[in-house]
Design a protein around this ligand. Sequence first.
Ligand SMILES: [Zn+2]
Ligand SMILES: [Zn+2]
Length: 145
Amino acid sequence: MTAPFTGGCRCGAVRFSFPSPPVLTRLCWCRDCQYFAAGNASVNAVFATAGATFTGQTRAFETLADSGNRLQRHFCPGCGTPLFSEAAVRPGFRVMRLGTLDEPGRLRPEMAIWTGSAPGWACHDPGLPGHPDQGPPPAPVRAPA
Ligand SMILES: [Zn+2]
Ligand SMILES: [Zn+2]
């Protein structure tokens, strides 16, 4: 039994805990993420929400993602920290921003997507699989048994 993955926003009004490791981790260079990640790629971990706890209120901004999915991008209304996104087509999962974890170094991205949208100065890890667009379907993202 691994320790839960805990985290929250910068001001502490929103807190969360996931009992199990994420099913997927990746960088996203899509144009929307560059807005919300201050210019860089967003760094994300997809967690199943089963057994997870959330406290505090978030606000959401809806976008039509480059993937074609409608995303609700949740942030803390008090401090503005981007916390997670979720898509109606993938119920039961939240795409958490890695920087909100209490131990952000505990996870590392396994791939990069939408690298074709990255600015010319972007630093790409040559050891990390990259995809110019959405890449392969997120096969690991299925409901846990
Ligand atoms: Zn906050
Ligand atoms: Zn993105």
